[in-house]
Design a protein around this ligand. Structure first.
Ligand code: PMP
Length: 379
């Protein structure tokens, strides 16, 4: 099938794979081994990757902490800060459209005494600065708002949120899993204290991610959730996954060099797909903020078709439904629900996410194919 599900995961870029391979075999050392060349070689490779990642974020190498992915980075950010401020402070501000790797961490922390405000976004998935400011309490210690939404692509006003958080002396965490490599990020300009990313969303391997931790945060400000050999300056113990780290570094280097041109190419292809579908198929509507969203994504609702049937009929294209398949149960997407899409329409909403290896031919095919499938199901 034609792969249009890059927001779920990306293939590893061949250049990334090539960079990784020697670190499985000849350079297999433990980056924490100080007494021999194998260790130093691994450590050097990790430090190079740290530079490549820091450069993409406009951060410094000391601020990069490796994790197993964005899920772990989000967990470390929220739980780590909570543990350091509780019980003096206990309030988190976040948004209903966050990934479950933030929402469910908040629910977990609520059982331990935290209180959460889950802001309701507007119909495009955006929250306003006024809305956030109104929610601030004396006990608020963290604002956690994603950079860009994984389902509808809406990009939030990150710099303004960072400025607001700083004004109120509240930490700002942003899950930037879907933004890194797709839009330019400057953690300093945006006044972000903590930022999560995941390797496989930018053509790196799965199972590796980063929590950017602003250098002003010390170990007592962010309590480690993984104790042990005090790797990663004590923030996250565990032997480093050197090949994956090398791969993530390479992926960031490529993104840094190609992001601008790639985002232009992708948004043209995306617009072509979107316009094709909207103009050729009646009863279709785009979800999300078309004025400020990821360049590679469109989320479209198809009226008058059964959602489950629609998705299962798409045999020649790999896309995902607006409904999140959490384990076995298919529920309507909490993101679409939060922006006011009815359950029925949420079921028949499809996320098309394009990527580095998508071409015009695939887009042309997809438009015709989607048209045929939808018309057949409606008939
Ligand atoms: N946050 C967002 C916004 C995501 O899209 C994802 C991946 N679907 C994650 C977090 C989790 O990333 P990972 O599974 O790599 O830990």
């Amino acid at each position: 099938p034609i792969y249009l599900d890059y927001n779920a995961t990306c293939p590893v870029d061949p250049r990334v794979l090539e960079a990784m391979l020697p670190y499985f075999t000849e350079h297999f050392g433990n980056a924490a081994s100080r007494s021999h060349l194998l260790g130093w070689t691994a450590k050097d490779a990790v430090e190079t990757a740290r530079e490549q990642i820091a450069e993409l974020l406009q951060a410094s190498t000391k601020e990069i902490v490796f994790t197993s992915g964005a899920t772990e980075a989000n967990n470390l950010a929220l739980k780590g800060v909570f543990e350091s401020v509780f019980p003096q402070k206990n309030h988190i501000i976040t948004v209903q459209t966050e990934h479950k790797a933030v929402l469910d961490v908040c629910l977990h922390l609520e059982k331990m005494g935290a209180e959460t405000t889950f802001l309701q976004p507007d119909e495009f998935g955006s929250v306003t600065i006024e809305q956030i400011e109104e929610a601030i309490r004396p006990e608020t210690f963290l604002i956690s708002i994603m950079y860009a939404n994984n389902e509808i692509g809406t990009i939030q006003e990150i710099e303004a949120i960072g400025t607001l958080a700083q004004k109120h002396k509240i930490l700002f965490h942003s899950d930037a899993t879907q933004a890194v490599g797709k839009v330019q990020i400057d953690v300093k300009a945006a006044k972000i204290d903590l930022l999560s990313l995941s390797g496989h969303k930018l053509y790196g391997p799965k199972g590796i991610g980063v929590l950017y931790i602003n250098r002003n945060l010390k170990n007592q400000d962010l309590v480690a959730q993984m104790d042990g050999g005090k790797h990663e300056r004590g923030f996250r113990s565990g032997t480093l996954n050197v090949p994956a780290i090398v791969g993530l570094g390479k992926a960031c280097e490529i993104a840094n060099a190609e992001l601008l041109t790639e985002s232009i190419t992708l948004s043209k292809l995306r617009d072509c797909l979107e316009q094709g579908i909207l103009s050729q198929i009646k009863g279709t509507k785009v979800n999300g903020n078309t004025n400020n969203r990821l360049p590679n994504l469109t989320n479209i609702s198809f009226e008058g078709v059964d959602g489950e049937l629609l998705l299962s009929s798409f045999r020649d294209i790999a896309v995902s439904s607006g409904s999140a398949c959490t384990s076995a149960s298919v529920e309507p997407s909490h993101v679409l629900k939060a922006i006011g899409v009815s359950d029925k329409l949420a079921y028949s909403s499809i996320r098309f996410s394009l990527g580095r290896f998508t071409n015009q031919e695939e887009i042309d095919f997809t438009i015709q194919y989607v048209k045929e499938v939808v018309e057949t199901l409606r008939a």
